[in-house]
Design a protein around this ligand. Sequence first.
Ligand code: IVH
Length: 726
Amino acid sequence: MSEPREIESLSEAEARDELDHLQTALTAADLAYHQNDAPEITDAAYDAMKRRYLQLENAFPELRTADSLAGKVGAPAADGFAKIRHEVPMLSLGKAYSEADVVEFVERAKRFFERDKGLELVFTAEPKIDGLSASLRYENGVFVRGATRGDGTVGEDITENLRTIADIPKHLKGKGWPQTIEIRGEVYMTYAEFQALKARSAAAGGQDYVNPRNTAAGSLRQKDASITASRKLRFFAYAWGATSEDPAPTQFDAVQKFADWGFAVSPLMVRATTVDALVAQYREIEAQRSSLGYDIDGVVYKLDRLDLQRRWGFVTGEPRWAIAHKFPAEQATTVLRQIDIQVGRTGTLAPVGRLDPVTVGGVTVVNVTLHNEDYIKGFDSFGVPIRDGVDIRLGDTVVIQRAGDVIPQIVRVVIEKRPASAVPYEFPTTCPVCGSPAVREVNEKTGKEDARRRCTGELICAAQAVEQLKHFVARGAMDIEGLGAENIELFFEKGLLKSSVDIFRLHAKRDAVQQALHDRREAQALVRETASGTKRKKVLAAQDRTYEGLDKLFANIDARREPELDRFILALGIRHVGETIGALFARTFSTIEAFRAAGIAGELPSIHGIGETVGSAVLGFFANERNVAALDDLLTEVHPKPYLVTVSATSEVAGKTVVFTGSLERMSRTEAKAMAERHGARVAGSISASTDILVAGPGAGSKLKKAEELGLQVLTEDEWFELVSK
Ligand code: IVH
């Protein structure tokens, strides 16, 4: 991860690129977290990325696209369970990280209601449970259906699994409940249950469980509800969705009602009217945190009166009237044993610190990012001292923290514990992989040295070559199914792939490919055999499928010989050319030949959205003969489709303004947009008087309503396809 740059200093193209990257990373993280129940990054890292994304979008509103993540929560519902549309979306919460943020929240409320003379604003404060939210529908007091949050609009039907949770009443107790109500709250697992499950699993040689939250998520989405039942999940009720009438006039009383109806509710909820009182409850809950027996990650403040909540309303995906005050990142002390240098696709040398394993907030940490040479020396990228200017040395005792970054950070060096023999770390000036000089480039605009060293070996550097290959086949690029990072590494290591063009000649090396896959299977089988004694047969059986898989792999490769031009340009791996810029070039040049010619001539026309950084990266790419030779070689095997912007005069949608909403099932948003544009339509992000057509997929909400109010043409995805394929 590079240091985030000041937003003000970014050009539009740079912002666009960063937004693209963040969007990809956040989407991947959402999927890992919500669908696969295996977070790849910490919550704090996720929050930091999301914050940066929103800041960038705010600073560059013209870059906001129809598929903006603003207001999106979670990931689309996973396959396997029936989908349930939430009549009232399941929202996310805004975050407060400091007392100042809480002051601001309360001030915002005061400003909003300042005309209501004499109105005393009352808030509730309650723990933020670190589990996963669920929505439970009761009709006439009977539990009829339950769903996960999913993407906030469409969740999964997990009714049977929820029925196994003792805290969830199957019939509401007492009386006075609304005829229909969706009770919302958090499913979680206690530490005790988590430990017990871990112990049972270890005894049976089963899988390891990372943390209670993910285990709860995994348990809840078992196809076999008896497994869920065995996991003893718990539930706290704290909110509601669609309902035939308000459960009570206030948040506090509503939750008391839930308790009367038989739900477990948090005993730590209080009412408070001042920032001081809210923060006092935050401290109180924080003090009890370690003895609660389950994970909480902050305190939620909510405006108490529902009528006032309604008046204050919502921003994208979040209520204005509530905020989550997060607990600070957790820290731990350990020792730095080694520094490894990783070389990225564009040659950046990234130092990674290897630590004695240590647990921080329930997760074992062994790596920290050390960013770059200056960071290790004790300076940020502006030359300002960090960690009081103390450098980082091998053998140092360090305080690490999981917060705001993809992998943990070193916050402090415990200088008193520095071994007498420790010497300043010497950052390599040659590439550890290919031996080429590694230099710090000087930014032409600022005259400043880049904080990061870069290997100058380009494609002779094995590390850059293999990373470029991974980039080439990746999702947003050539998207070759079955050729993931693992296989790329294997084939590269075996000398079967050196550059992208070799992928399209791989079938000629069929036997060697088969052998490589076979050898890996064998090696894996051996490892597992030693580990568990029994898996070998299974692994070898899987191998037979590999041989069939090989035909499929070659077929997948062949299927991508005529890629879309924008994907192809992205796949080339030119620095600073992400998805959006790739598409911009595709649209501008229409053919790869035209793009190549302009690049070689060293003359890019001025294109709206392409700044100096991108421009010089592209020219730099074409100025390198080896790149041009590699491209030409590649073009003997791959024939990118011309990017058609010429509008078919007959298209019914030409000249119309189209808005997409809800989830699309036949293509991605990006693709849908490109397709509409190819047919001469303009794609907008929101409904206005100038909108002609709304294409509404499942889960469409407010846009659909507005379109109907305005009497616009509303089409399903299928109808839209029919229209554009006429
Ligand atoms: S209220 C309209 N209260 O936090 C607001 N959420 O970041 C709905 N959560 O999706 C949420 N404890 O999964 C609320 N006491 C609490 C909560 C809580 C945990 C979770 C919930 C929500 C997420 C939002």
